[in-house]
Design a protein around this ligand. Structure first.
Ligand code: PLP
Length: 429
């Protein structure tokens, strides 16, 4: 059986990682591969094995690793100061770009991570509505803040709208502050919002939930019922922002929320994220809001960091060029189609789901519309699929393929050939 070749140096690093880091990992990926470097669409482990990279830093690297224009912008900024805490030019330039790009964005407030951005978006909605309850969708991922950990991936989900917390260490009392709805179920979601409209501060959702596409009309129905009751609708666009289209999922699906969160591509691979949205809902971030008790202090040492801001600006500049999204989607489409075809010939029950720039395989015969149908996927088969991909030179997150603009036709061709070998091996085991 094909296995990854590991040098004694990497073996030693893996051992050290297990001594020093809980689970032997920085917490994101537990595959015991120690990455050495990345360039363009490829990464190398410290043993020297080369991979076509579909992890791409979990999405920010839509221009691949060490893109020359991003590197140049960062190097220039390094010579001019790495952090100011105070307001600076590139933070304003990036804010102007977000406002021009994202349909809902009138004001923007920076954070250092997406986790903070979703937490602050919820807080802004609460301050605006002066209510506490929020509705999120089962299986929806909004980072690691306490509210977002509710019904993130429940192994034994309680009936809707009851929340369960998928992390230890979170006060149980917060469960009462979150209602859980089924993604893509218009009737149940609408009824839940109508029933609780008097207490709801916000509805937060990934418009494209993990790898699950919204059914036609679903986002529109959530928009319409939240608008009717003046409940702030938050689109978490940390993944989809600047990826599905320059204006994110809002532009791609044609539904405008009140607030959104952005991260990943926004900072071109550096730590920066943001809340953006309607000026009246963002007003709580202004000290003047203390007059009516709706001020939210929001301080962070690295918020809006200039290195991250210039990396984001350089990335967005490339994305604005003609044909970028067509190219990104065309490559993803080729891989999705090939994967679907190879899987259907193999006889393995599987669904290829997602949009062309972010997709995955779920090993099930069920249509994937929500967390519960997604959870019918055979996790053992998925684990084996991922192990075989790594052994054959494909690097990715456990549950997603991210596309970049720097994947080459050769990458796509070799990936399709690897899909053939891996799936035929899966079918024979
Ligand atoms: C949809 C979504 N929201 C929020 C986050 C959290 O962002 P961060 O990892 O920057 O905290 C992520 C991270 O992957 C995400 O995918």
């Amino acid at each position: 059986m094909l296995e990854r070749k590991i040098t004694s140096d990497e073996r030693q690093l893996i051992q050290q990682a297990h001594q020093l880091l809980p689970g032997g990992s920085t917490g994101n990926v537990y595959n015991d591969v120690i990455v050495g470097r990345g360039s363009g669409s490829h990464v190398w482990d410290v043993s020297g094995n080369e991979y076509v990279d579909y992890l791409l830093g979990s999405g920010p690297l839509v221009l691949g690793h060490a893109h020359p224009e991003v590197v140049q912008a960062v190097q220039r900024q390094l010579d001019n100061g790495t952090t100011f805490f105070a307001t600076h030019e590139s933070a304003i330039a990036l804010a102007a770009e977000v406002v021009a790009a994202s349909p809902c964005a009138e004001r923007i407030r920076y954070t250092s991570s997406g986790t903070e951005a979703t937490e602050y978006a919820l807080r802004a909605a609460r301050a605006f509505r002066r209510k506490d309850l929020v509705l999120k969708f089962e299986g929806g991922f909004h980072g690691m803040n306490a509210y977002s950990l509710m019904s993130l991936a429940p192994s034994d989900p309680p009936p809707f709208p009851q929340a369960t917390c998928d992390s230890a260490g979170v006060p149980g009392v917060l469960r009462e502050e979150v209602l859980i709805a089924p993604f893509n179920d218009t009737e149940t979601t609408t009824a839940m919002i109508e029933r609780h409209q008097g207490q709801l501060a916000a509805v937060i959702m990934e418009p494209f939930q993990r790898v699950i596409c919204p059914r036609p009309g679903f986002l529109e129905s959530v928009r319409s019922v939240t608008e009717r009751y003046e409940i702030p609708l938050i689109f978490d666009e940390i993944v989809t922002g600047f990826r599905f289209a320059y204006g994110g999922a809002q532009e791609y699906y044609g539904v405008t929320p009140d607030l959104c969160t952005l991260g990943k591509i926004l900072a071109g691979g550096f730590p920066l994220a943001a809340v953006a949205g309607r000026a009246d809902m963002m007003r709580g971030f202004e000290p003047a809001a203390s007059k009516d008790g709706s001020f939210m202090p929001q301080i962070g040492t690295l918020n809006g960091n200039p290195i991250a801001a210039v990396a984001g600006l350089a990335t967005l500049e490339v994305l604005r060029r003609d044909g970028t999204y067509e190219r990104l989607n065309e490559m993803g489409r080729q891989l999705m189609d090939a994967l679907r075809d190879i899987l259907s010939r193999s006889g393995i029950a599987a669904q290829v789901v997602g949009e062309p720039s972010v997709f995955d395989v779920v090993f099930t015969d069920q249509e994937i519309v929500d967390f519960r149908s997604y959870a019918t996927g055979d996790t053992g088969l998925l684990k084996r699929f991922n192990e075989l991909l790594i052994a054959h030179g494909i690097f990715r997150a456990d549950t997603k393929f991210y596309m970049s603009l720097v994947h080459t036709p050769e990458d796509i061709q070799s990936t399709i050939e690897i899909f053939e070998s891996v799936i035929s091996q899966l079918a024979s085991e």
